[in-house]
Design a protein around this ligand. Structure first.
Ligand code: SIN
Length: 303
């Protein structure tokens, strides 16, 4: 009998699997397919102050071992999330949820967190300073240690819930940014968001996605994610949530050995909506294969 439980910032998860923001809606959509209470938790779609339609279409390009998206933070806005999405979620999911928060200014991040703070079901904020698809937006915060730290300092003032800051891989020195966030009071770090990528259609000779570039994700990015989780785990004392190309139970174990306390599953949910559940179902056998009794014992085991 293996133990898949982990503790993320004071909240015990039945397992470390968390479907990643932007791949799992507001959760209840997936409840039509299976009982989503098998999940450790999930991170809901990046939520901004105002509703957003997102970027022009096409927004998706297929790639070998991955995909590019340029959704542009389409979401109904924080007030609609509070009025409609969270009450609907509560009917189906009976565990704490991670609130992914986006903004175009320090004030916007702060106001979204302030409005969501009273929502009982929110266990953690995942403050997304790493969306590559909005000009002058989140990416600039995630690429500068000072800007990322200023977001952390400001949101910490409006909530006592744990703040996990979601970082971009599109930087030269991830460690400096992670440490700046820790010094500013972040409770955890999640990484990686997508890598800026591009595809060109040979027939039209034009970029495939309307926004020209987008975020590349999927199995091809996993080695980059494992490397960054490993580096950040080494540099900070706060927990790391790892993600990037995770699509099997073995990938989860690898991410945890690199230093992840919990593991987000993103792109894998899109071609296969059962992917997160299948990974959870496969985890005990994979643990037995690699002689792991308590999953939490392996966090950072590769160091
Ligand atoms: C998007 O909505 O464009 C993706 C969000 C993200 O990459 O953070």
């Amino acid at each position: 009998m293996v133990n898949t439980k982990v503790n993320l910032l004071g909240i015990e998860l039945d397992n470390p699997i968390i479907p990643a923001s932007g791949t799992f809606g507001y959760g209840y959509e997936y409840a039509e397919l299976y009982d989503i209470n098998c999940l450790g938790s999930f991170s809901f779609k990046g939520t901004t102050l105002e509703p957003r339609f997102g970027n022009p279409t096409p927004r998706i390009a297929e790639c070998a071992s991955g995909m590019i998206n340029s959704v542009g933070l389409q979401n109904p806005g924080v007030d609609a999330v509070i009025a409609h999405e969270l009450p609907e979620l509560k009917k189906h999911f009976h565990k704490p949820v991670m609130a992914n928060v986006c903004g175009f200014s320090v004030e916007e991040y702060t106001e979204v967190c302030r409005r969501l703070d009273g929502e009982e079901q929110i266990g953690w904020f995942e403050v997304n300073v790493s969306c590559p698809n909005v000009h002058g937006g989140g990416l600039s915060f995630g690429t500068s240690p000072e800007a990322a730290a200023s977001v952390v300092r400001s949101v910490k003032k409006v909530t006592t819930k744990p703040i996990i800051i979601k970082l971009s891989p599109n930087v030269t020195d991830i460690v400096t940014i992670a440490k700046a966030c820790e010094d500013a009071g972040a409770d955890g770090i999640s990484l990686i968001n997508t890598l800026l990528g591009m595809r060109i259609d040979l027939k039209t000779k034009r970029p495939v996605v309307a926004n020209k570039m987008g975020g590349f994700s999927g199995p091809a990015v996993k080695p980059v994610a494992v490397r960054m989780v490993y580096q950040v785990y080494d540099a900070v004392k706060i927990p790391v949530v790892g993600m990037g190309g995770v699509s099997t139970a073995e990938d989860v174990i690898e991410m945890m050995l690199a230093g992840a306390t919990a593991v987000e599953v993103g792109t894998a949910n899109l071609p296969n909506p059962y992917a997160s559940k299948e990974i959870i179902d496969a985890l005990p056998a994979a643990m037995e294969k690699y002689k792991i009794k308590n999953l939490s014992d392996i966090i950072g085991g590769a160091h």
